[in-house]
Design a protein around this ligand. Structure first.
Ligand code: BGP
Length: 465
């Protein structure tokens, strides 16, 4: 007998500012690292217009309401609020998100706000970005503005989206900063600083907004050993620690996971920890754990030579292998999507069970979805492959809940088509199609996909897929 979804379950969908908004320099917005590093006129990725949600938000929120969402997870662009990251506030940017949040609330949609989704202000980056402790202060001031402005309206806050992906795949996402060359010790110093910034935001949030809830939003996936050979188990444990547990342990327990710390020390990459850092990390307690899930990863013991380095998967889901530690292995049991990402609904359940088991914090899934080359034919997008993907994943949430895991929300990626980090607008995830091509901007018309009607039915029935 399966446990039903809770009555107050958050049926949501996600976006991020730089991928959906466009209006990249509108109304006083400052440039972010994405604007600087990822504007490639000759390439596929162009965020200047995106889905132009900045100007279409009203129409979009109406569609979200029609879809039946009772939550919308989106990010606020730091550089709309504070254009240079640490200077003057931009009233027009602040007013924009008041309008968006007010429209959501008017439609009965709970705003779930990501404070920082990859788009560090370029001006801070030019001064050293996360390598500098001054950026921690800047983030705290930005957080304070957000809490003061929107605190009476927003209950759910997410600190930093996929900090682990920024550290592990910053080059692919465009976030490693300045030259894009930050590596090793400096990279993990940045990581440490981001945790301190997150901790300050969590403490401040609890001080200013006792009713609000705040948590981190890393990308977490189960790591499987290639076989039951004991050496493969060790390899999987090590990679799990470096990729996942380092991030969740620091966010939740305020301490470095022992295997991850041993890895950093072995590399000579351990960050400088100042007096008071560990106390701050320990004092900052999240109220929930949000995570993004797309796929699992499978690794085996290192062979000790360059054959370990075999890139598996694509983009930020990549597993590279590391000589002496682990090698990436293809999981023969799993199909892959058009971009080489392994599809593993059961691994979703494993991931939820493991997170609950280790941290005992309520979970919300802030991203999960299928990127595909959707086609608009005669005014219709027949994305049955997406319906199938989401259906299988939803079933696993239901099973996890029946296992005793506390899950309070699901926000598939994405509410509406937006610009993928790598493949531009042609790789789509949304329930709503945006009529836009790479070489020619069309009228940006919104079209409900087949998956829109499917998800609408799921929400209306309280979770029957
Ligand atoms: C996550 C990011 C999102 C989004 C998603 C899909 O890692 O948080 O911002 O990019 O992955 O990735 P892609 O667009 O590369 O398919």
């Amino acid at each position: 007998q399966l446990t039903p979804f809770p009555g107050d379950f958050l049926w949501g969908a996600s976006t991020s500012a730089y991928q959906v908004e466009g209006g990249w320099d509108a109304d006083g917005k400052g440039p972010s690292v994405i604007d600087i590093h990822m504007h490639r006129p000759e390439g596929v990725t162009d965020f200047t217009v995106a889905a132009d949600h900045y100007h279409h938000y009203s129409e979009d929120v109406e569609l979200f309401a029609e879809l039946g969402l009772n939550a919308y997870r989106f990010s606020i662009a730091w550089t709309r609020i504070v254009p240079d990251g640490d200077g003057e506030m931009n009233p027009a940017g602040v007013a924009h998100y008041h309008r968006v949040i007010d429209e959501l609330l008017a439609q009965g949609i709970e705003p779930v706000v990501t404070m920082y989704h990859f788009d560090l202000p370029a001006a801070l980056d030019a001064k050293g970005g996360w390598s500098e402790r001054a950026t921690i202060d800047a983030f705290e001031r930005y957080a304070q503005v957000l809490f003061q402005e929107y605190g009476s309206k927003v209950k759910f806050w997410l600190t930093i989206n996929e900090q682990n992906m920024m550290i592990l795949h910053g080059r692919a996402i465009g976030t490693t900063g300045r030259s894009g060359q930050v590596e090793g010790k400096e990279l993990y110093q940045q990581n440490h600083h981001m945790f301190l910034a997150q901790a300050r935001a969590m403490v401040l949030c609890h001080e200013l907004l006792p009713e609000a809830k705040i948590g981190p939003a890393p990308n977490i996936v189960s790591v499987y050993p290639a076989t039951c050979a004991p050496e493969d188990i060790i390899a999987a444990d090590d990679w799990d620690a470096i990729r996942n547990l380092l991030y969740v342990d620091l966010s939740v327990r305020g301490s470095y996971h022992n295997l991850a710390w041993a890895y950093l020390c072995a590399k000579g990459w351990e960050p400088e920890i100042l007096d008071g850092d560990l106390e701050l990390l320990a004092a900052a307690k999240p109220d929930f754990l949000a995570f993004n899930y797309y796929s699992t990863q499978t690794v085996g013991a290192s062979r000790g030579d360059s054959s370990d380095i075999q890139v598996r998967g694509g983009d930020q889901q990549v597993v590279r292998g590391e000589v002496g530690l682990y090698r990436a292995v293809k999981n023969e049991y799993l199909p892959v999507n058009a971009f080489g990402w392994e599809i593993d609904p059961v691994g979703f359940r494993t991931t939820m069970r493991r997170l609950w088991d280790r941290y005992r914090l309520p979970l919300i899934i802030t991203e999960n979805g299928l990127g595909a080359f959707d086609e608009l034919v005669d005014g219709r997008v027949r994305d049955d492959y997406r319906i199938e993907f989401l259906k299988l994943h939803l079933e696993q949430i239901r099973l996890a809940i029946s296992d005793g895991v506390e899950v309070f929300g699901y926000c598939p990626w994405t509410a509406i088509d937006l610009v993928s980090t790598h493949q531009g607008i042609s790789k789509r995830y949304g329930f709503i199609y945006v009529d836009r091509e790479e070489d020619a901007l069309k009228d940006l018309a919104r079209v409900r996909k087949d998956s829109f009607f499917w998800y609408q039915g799921v929400i209306a029935s309280g979770g029957d897929s």
